[in-house]
Design a binder for this molecule. Structure first.
Ligand code: CAA
Length: 380
């Protein structure tokens, strides 16, 4: 595979890097500390075309490839991983799926607005009793005339209180297991929709994570995505792409750790010379850089397979598994290199560690990625 970036890829990288520096860098710490949602910044990202990167121009998207998307995700997450996840959910789990499986009506009504940042999307699969075991859905959807009536609770919903629409997985036939799960587009102003507790998190604090509930909520039949029973496949296919986005987020955090460590180690002196001249520090920098390059290749490989219409579930899982692990490692090493200064807030690296950890958990834990990879190895 040739991963030489094209002029378009380089332009996206430059645009994302400039946006991150100009619009995110200065305020990221404050948003993290005060848990403030980046409303203004997300609108601006939408105007730049970064909220619907892989959506066709016909539906107001940027009509770019997955490689462009991961390049942008890395640059944004390098500076503010909270903005990274908001962007990732909208692009991978919402826009990508509606574009692939939605009806013309759904694309006209929702996708066009999601692509420009006018609307923000969320994805609701997890429930209090359905996390890794995602088939164990308790939310129900019962057909009643021209509507489905939804009842149930979803939790850990990224963008849950800020989204305009939410893709909700619900059981339409509990006797059919995963084949009885159906996906719906739900508008936040439907009567019966409510937002519950906002989670107080270790990291990615400026993205909102909430539980949401539906009580006898009517969803018009035209808001069903695909046939009844297609919901679990929708979720899995969206998550395959989503895992590439989260891997790119993890990669961005890891790169930020290396950049900060290089800068600090060249400035900080011990024994009358920069600590970058100490072999103990050099080994850490070399290991971080090597792992980051390896992770980037895995992320690019998964994106490339997806762009070429080839199977990519296993490679997406590998990219997420590896990038999230080396991201946490890089953050720990960055703190170690910074010593006491790494443990306080001034140098950002403590935020990078708090942000990196979630990449090993959401959109499928590392344990789930092992399962996806192993099943693919055994089957093929
Ligand atoms: N693509 C298409 N279909 C798939 C698929 C994929 N990648 N993976 C599974 N399926 C299909 C299977 O083929 C099967 O269909 P058939 O019966 O027709 O063959 C059906 O789905 C059920 O699959 P399994 O029997 O493999 O189901 P399982 O119960 O063993 O679970 C799992 C599989 C991979 C472990 C899955 O449950 C899983 O991914 N769990 C993790 C859930 C997850 O990632 N949650 C993240 C929440 S969203 C989030 O975090 C977003 C956020 O806010 C940031």
């Amino acid at each position: 595979m040739d991963f030489t970036l094209t002029e378009t890829h380089k332009m996206i990288q430059e645009t994302a890097r400039k946006f991150a520096q100009d619009e995110l860098a200065e305020s990221a710490d404050i948003r993290d500390e005060k848990e403030l949602f980046p409303y203004e910044q997300i609108k601006k990202l939408g105007k730049l075309g970064f909220m619907g990167m892989m959506v066709p121009e016909k539906y107001n998207g940027a009509e770019l490839d997955t490689l462009s998307y991961v390049i942008a995700m890395e640059e944004i997450s390098k500076v503010d991983a909270s903005v990274g996840v908001i962007m990732s959910v909208n692009n991978s789990l919402v826009c990508y799926g509606i574009n692939l499986y939605g009806t013309e009506f759904q694309k006209e009504k929702y996708l066009k607005k999601l692509s420009t940042g006018e609307y923000l999307g969320a994805f609701a699969l997890s429930e209090p009793e359905a996390g890794s075991d995602a088939t164990n859905q308790r939310t129900t959807a019962t057909l009643d005339g021209d509507n489905y009536i939804l009842n149930g609770t979803k939790n850990w919903i990224t963008n849950g209180s800020t989204a305009d629409i939410i893709i909700v997985m619900a059981t339409t036939d509990s006797s059919k297991g995963s084949h009885g799960i159906t996906a719906f587009i739900v508008e936040k102003n439907y009567p019966g929709f409510s937002v519950g507790k906002k989670e107080r998190k270790l990291g990615i604090r400026s993205s909102d994570t909430v539980s949401i509930s539906f009580q006898d909520m009517k969803v018009p039949i035209e808001n069903r995505i695909g046939d009844e029973g297609f919901g679990f496949k929708y979720a899995m296919k969206a998550l395959d792409g989503g895992r590439i986005g989260i891997a790119a987020q993890a990669l961005g955090i890891a790169q930020a750790c290396l950049d900060a460590s290089l800068k600090y180690s060249k400035e900080r002196k011990a024994y009358e010379k920069p600590i970058s001249e100490l072999q103990a520090i050099q080994f850490k920098l070399a290991k971080m850089a090597t792992e980051i390059e390896a992770a980037r290749l895995l992320v690019y490989q998964a994106a490339n397979l997806k762009d070429n219409g080839l199977k990519f579930s296993k490679q997406a899982a590998m990219a997420k598994l590896y990038a999230s692990k080396i991201s946490v490692n890089a953050a720990l090493e960055a703190i170690q290199i910074h010593g006491g200064y790494g443990y306080i807030r001034e140098y950002n690296v403590e935020r990078y560690l708090r942000d990196a950890k979630i990449t090993e958990i959401y959109e499928g834990t590392s344990e789930i990625q092992h399962i996806v990879i192993a099943r693919d190895l055994i089957k093929n």
